[in-house]
Design a protein around this ligand. Sequence first.
Ligand code: MLT
Ligand code: MN
Ligand code: ZN
Length: 306
Amino acid sequence: MRITVLGSSAGGGFPQWNCNCRNCAGLRAGTLRAKARTQSSIFVQPSDHADGVLFNASPDILDQIRSRPALQPGRAIRDTAIAGVVLMDGQIDHATGLFMLRERTSPLPLWCTDPVEEDLRQGNPVLRVLGHYCGVARQRIALDGPAFEVPGVADLKFRAMPLASKAAPYSPHREQSVPGDNIGMTITDRRSGRSAFYAPGLGSIDPAVFDAMAGADAVLVDGTFWTDDEMIALGLSTKTARDIGHLPQSGAGGMVEWLGRLPARTRKLLIHINNTNPILDEDSPQRAALAAAGIEVCEDGMTIDL
Ligand code: MLT
Ligand code: MN
Ligand code: ZN
């Protein structure tokens, strides 16, 4: 299978429109060695010119599609290589791009959990709005259920698991998460048996999550924040990373420690990186620490072949 990173940033993108943190200001000024990034999404195909599955529909989706020709094969007057969309949560950075797919000529095949569907019908009613355009053919993602397939992408199978993270602020369960607000996905190629575990929003790692990570050939996991108090220290928020459902990379029990327990052969990648995170600075000691630990930092346009 081929995974293409369409957007490697967390909500807001990098640089963020109104942000003048060290990273955002440094990138704009050209004084920081770093790459701009769009908001969180991946595209997964059985092979490099087959139709595939879009994981999350980012607010930057139109630019992401324009810059990746594989998503527009041009076989008909209206065409797309996106056979279906799978949502990992109902947050703005993962769901707002659905509005941009309204010109489809048939209802959009969309996989999401029940709580995400509810949030996208009520708090941010994109699924109701799309009913006035192409419509949505919603498919239910069962938690810990059997693997599912996306028609048109027969060689891949998908298995979801609930994750501890956070629903969007417009969700009635923002402060009291319910299973299915956020999911992780194991994506397996039936032909080779090789698999990836994708979890862009991951607040804590329990034994079931660790087993899923350890069973995968590659993990693409929450790279939002380096430190738990990153936003507080910058004066940008009163909430910790963990408060908003993101396990920080550094410190005891952090993501770097967890990734260090995976088998050496597992490819380890961070994705959904917030613009404040020092790992975006390619000359930072934090980035060097990741390199020493064998952990990669996703970039837009990167492909991972498994
Ligand atoms: C998150 O991952 O915590 C959210 O997407 C943040 C946001 O975009 O507001
Ligand atoms: Mn997010
Ligand atoms: Zn910033």
